[in-house]
Design a protein around this ligand. Structure first.
Ligand SMILES: C[S@@+](CC[C@H](N)C(=O)[O-])C[C@H]1O[C@@H](n2cnc3c(N)ncnc32)[C@H](O)[C@@H]1O
Length: 286
């Protein structure tokens, strides 16, 4: 079997096995798996599509294809994903960063004070996606910063640290903390994409999230407990006029806006994601 034969076979196999996945791009996924197995780029595979696959590589490809056909996200199989302008290692200890979270990065950049030494805190940093994206942009602007990311899970902290090295952003600091418990000092911006799914949500048994840890997904109070905790504690850790930006579920905007107490916060607003759903609510400390 050559590259082209395997791609045709694998695309069809994935289409059949994952026909209920509306986001499936079988051809693309088959190509990612082949690239990983033969360690060649997409263009090399195209240019040499009649290359024969040896028995050992075919066995390896079958193993990868079986995992993908069982619904495992391609990012976990490859061990990496793209977010913003970064390449990030991913692990089953935390969420795979989603394109919608780039809205949070955009909104944070739009509200970034222009001073040198701007202080930013990313709560529930996971892979470090948000903290590292902000660092990369500020570095590009030539603006000095102090950026910290915390996570409850030590494995996620270690992962974010590896991603800092991987993206040459070694000055971003990651450490373990349950929300603000080990956090000291004040920040100009606090950003977070906390767990916000209701533990009884039926979607937890479908698609990619089946493979992601519940510690990254669910929160008590129908998904609002962590959002509420962060909104209530953040004023103690923000500089005057500081911003808090939170990602949440597409149906949670109204309730999240209501949690921001009017006497403490101003400019409370919700931004939509690429699918036109309410996704990020932000507010400025009075
Ligand atoms: C939805 S994921 C977001 C990960 C990453 N920020 C992103 O946007 O891809 C939520 C993260 O919050 C972390 N987390 C859950 N409970 C936490 C807590 N009490 N304190 C700090 N982090 C927590 C999880 O381990 C997970 O990495």
């Amino acid at each position: 079997m050559n590259y082209a034969d395997w791609l045709a076979y694998a695309s069809q196999f994935l289409s059949q096995n994952l026909k209920n996945d509306p986001h499936l791009n079988a051809g693309l996924d088959a190509n990612w798996l082949l690239q990983a197995a033969v360690k060649k780029s997409k263009s090399q595979i195209m240019a040499f599509s009649d290359t024969q696959l040896d028995e050992k590589t075919l066995q390896n490809l079958t193993a990868l294809l079986t995992r993908r056909a069982a619904g495992e996200p391609i990012a976990y199989i490859l061990g990496e994903t793209e977010f913003w302008t970064l390449n990030l290692e991913v692990s089953p200890h935390t969420l795979i960063p989603r394109p919608d979270t780039e809205i949070l990065v955009e909104q944070a950049l739009a509200r970034m004070p222009s001073k040198d030494g701007v202080a930013i805190l990313d709560l529930g940093t996971g892979t470090g996606a948000i903290a590292l994206s902000l660092a990369k942009e500020l570095k590009k602007r030539g603006q000095k910063y102090r950026i910290f990311g915390v996570d409850l899970m030590p494995e996620a902290v270690a992962l974010a640290q590896r991603n800092a090295v991987r993206n040459q952003l070694n000055d971003v600091e990651f450490y373990q903390s349950s929300w603000f418990d080990n956090v000291n000092g004040k920040f100009d911006l606090i950003v977070s994409n906390p767990p916000y799914i209701d533990p009884s949500d039926e979607h937890l048994t479908q698609g990619d999230v089946r493979f992601e840890p519940l510690s990254a997904l669910i929160a008590e109070e129908q998904g609002y407990a962590d959002l509420r905790h962060i909104i209530e504690r953040a004023p103690h850790y923000l500089n005057p006029q500081g911003w808090l930006l939170l990602e949440h579920g597409w149906q949670q905007g109204e309730k999240v806006r209501a949690i921001f107490a009017e006497n403490l916060w101003e400019k409370v607003a919700t931004m939509k994601d690429y699918g036109d759903n309410e996704r990020v609510t932000l507010a400025k400390l009075r």
